[in-house]
Design a protein around this ligand. Sequence first.
Ligand SMILES: [Zn+2]
Ligand SMILES: [Zn+2]
Length: 137
Amino acid sequence: MDTNKFRRLMWFAMVIVFIAFLMSMCDKAHSAEVNHFKNSEFSCKHCGKIVIDSRLIARLEKLRHELGDTPIVITSGYRCPKHNKAIGGAKRSQHCQGKAVDIKVAHYTPQEVAHFAKMMGFTWVKAYRSWTHLDVR
Ligand SMILES: [Zn+2]
Ligand SMILES: [Zn+2]
């Protein structure tokens, strides 16, 4: 192999390594920003099964940020039909499709949480006595 060809090849390899490095940096920055919720937080309280709409997580992240990065406590996420029936949930509950969460946020009333959740794009929001129901139906 002549020297010029070798140099060009080395140069090409360095560019590839550099691009791969940049992409991995972006990935890290991105996930550090959006991963505040663990899948297990959305699981059925009765059997542990998890069904979760990714739009729900994305909007919860936006809401968390909007509320001054206050941690959001998920009191109910996915409910399998059996569990939903046991707790007297609505028959066609969005919880059974992984599209709803009930949450509590320290320092904010359910009404305040509902107000901000609507602005963050949740399609159905309802404030209860001590929690707020949000879904992406
Ligand atoms: Zn269950
Ligand atoms: Zn609910």
